[in-house]
Design a protein around this ligand. Sequence first.
Ligand SMILES: Nc1ncnc2c1ncn2[C@@H]1O[C@H](COP(=O)(O)OP(=O)(O)OP(=O)(O)O)[C@@H](O)[C@H]1O
Ligand SMILES: O=c1ccn([C@@H]2O[C@H](COP(=O)(O)O)[C@@H](O)[C@H]2O)c(=O)[nH]1
Length: 239
Amino acid sequence: MTEDLRWRRVLLKLSGEALMGSQGFGIDPDVVSRIVGDIADAVRLGVRIGLVVGGGNIFRGVQVAAKGASRATGDHMGMLATVMNGLALADALRGQGIPARVFSAVQMPSICETFTQRAADDRFAAGEVLVFVGGTGNPFFTTDSGAALRAAEMECDALLKATNVDGIYSADPKKDPNAVRFDKLTHQEVLSKGLNIMDAAAIALARDNAIPVIVFSIHTPGALVDVLRGKGRATVVSD
Ligand SMILES: Nc1ncnc2c1ncn2[C@@H]1O[C@H](COP(=O)(O)OP(=O)(O)OP(=O)(O)O)[C@@H](O)[C@H]1O
Ligand SMILES: O=c1ccn([C@@H]2O[C@H](COP(=O)(O)O)[C@@H](O)[C@H]2O)c(=O)[nH]1
């Protein structure tokens, strides 16, 4: 049944941190299996899904740099972390019977394909889940910017940010117990209020390309399909 879908062609941004479960580092196979099960349910409804995964469960450039490496080296390590996460997700998708292909912004042809829009368009049309790794391929960016970029390039209806919190708050809810949750915001409000759920470059790119951003918790089983139906607990950013 596809009639009740609000979004049919989406870019799903998955927090890397969400993949580590209670381990505190790396990839928890049980968590990956559960998240991939939700993605498989969405694919079976006929939704086209491009996936961008973060690397926060392994390396973030800023944190590496704080320990003495150069920022660019730290960012290169962070981009490689997203490749590892993407390979794990694509493998788990195929294990659940969903065709999936990894496209990297950084060339590593013995491991996965290098992203080109034309190749990605072909595989999207063929119904494969596309796992975009390596972020934008450039240091000093994040996978949120990579997600907004791929959402624009792949002409997605929406950018879905699946993360550790159930929406956008007036402040980071992990730091401020008095933070208030929003149901709806405009892109401009996210920027002007300085809400750090995503980096400003990602929000600006989504705004400039009229791409709605929907933020929801990946820890709620079934939340992805609810969001695709325009339901569930989420913050919707649109103009
Ligand atoms: N205003 C806000 N509303 C909601 N969450 C916020 C806000 N400001 C900061 N955050 C934090 O942003 C986090 C979401 O970012 P996320 O974990 O998805 O990071 P990422 O860098 O995109 O991915 P990764 O985990 O791979 O580094 C939440 O866990 C939350 O603590
Ligand atoms: O375009 C990009 C995307 C990511 N990075 C580096 O990777 C890590 C992990 O990504 P998150 O978005 O933080 O999960 C990020 O901290 C950067 O160091 C990058 O350099 N360029």
